[in-house]
Design a protein around this ligand. Structure first.
Ligand code: SAM
Length: 273
């Protein structure tokens, strides 16, 4: 197989990003430099590793799982089928956290997944420390590995528990902020998502029948873990701002919405009134 043939096969799976994917796959699974390959497109580049990666991609496995790592904010993350792939949309939340957290603060990242929110915030702010929570052992292991890989493990406390029912595990702790990108997609919307997204953990997507299960729970039952003046930053779906405002108001918070770079509502900032 040469580079042109690789491109042709990838084009059928990824009509919009095939060139980009071809570059990343050849960089990861051949020992040749991409600049060389691009100027020798007819030369054989096939290896067992590249062929196997391509077959996985042709089965609609996400590129990021095949590569095994992905960039988020300014850090590199290990990713596999046990965690949601970090999205650039989520970087807005990290930016706000870096800007808003007071000096020496502690925060909790509920539904941490790959750990991207906690780890990138800690990597950029050496004065902070964090608790990272997920319900699934294999997912929390990835977050721990990512915290170590990015040099922040000594400022994290990983905790394995169910955010929806086991908040008492935090008994006695208080934080300056709660950060969370919880599962927030409604089941009928999940059905219509791409094959690649449906290969990500269902538990990372499903936010209850109305998509608001985790927001309701966290606003109602986790505010007791906030210090005076503390705040919550949520990632939200582009169409959830009004619901989040309603939930906030109903529980004594005021709520401000920030947009992502695409102009969609993306982050909710909640502060006690
Ligand atoms: C939308 S993903 C977000 C992952 C990561 N914070 C990010 O922004 O990429 C939600 C995460 O919540 C976790 N999760 C789902 N249900 C949970 C529960 N009941 N308690 C704790 N974590 C849960 C999933 O394992 C998944 O890692």
């Amino acid at each position: 197989m040469n580079y042109n043939e690789l491109i042709k096969r990838l084009k059928t799976v990824s009509p919009e990003e095939y060139e980009y994917e071809a570059r990343l796959l050849t960089e990861s699974f051949t020992d040749k430099k991409i600049s060389y390959i691009l100027s020798h497109r007819d030369e054989d580049i096939c290896s067992a590793e590249l062929e196997s990666a391509l077959l996985r991609r042709e089965s609609r496995e996400p590129l990021q799982y095949i590569l095994g790592k992905w960039e988020f904010y300014r850090q590199e993350y290990f990713v596999d089928e046990n965690c949601l792939i970090p999205r650039s949309d989520t970087e807005i939340l990290v930016e706000r956290a870096i800007e808003l957290l007071p000096m020496g603060a502690s925060f909790i990242d509920l539904c941490t997944g790959s750990g991207c929110i906690a780890v990138s915030t800690l990597a950029e702010r050496k004065d902070l420390c964090a608790v990272m929570v997920d319900k699934f052992p294999k997912t929390l292991d990835i977050a721990i590995k990512n915290a170590a890989h990015n040099g922040v493990l000594d400022r994290t406390v990983p905790m394995l528990f169910d955010v929806l029912s086991e908040e008492d595990r935090l008994c006695g702790r208080v934080f300056d902020a709660i950060l969370s990108n919880p599962p927030y997609i409604r089941p009928e919307v999940i059905e219509g998502l791409s094959e690649e997204v449906k290969r990500e953990p269902y538990a990372a997507l499903y936010g209850g029948e109305d998509g608001l299960l985790f927001y309701d729970k966290i606003v109602k039952d986790y505010s007791k873990f906030l210090k005076d003046g503390g705040f919550i930053l949520f990632e939200i779906g582009y169409d959830q701002a009004e619901d989040i405002k309603r939930i906030s108001e109903g529980n004594g918070f005021c709520c401000e919405i920030f947009k992502d770079y695409g102009g969609c509502d993306r982050v909710a900032y909640l502060k006690k009134k």
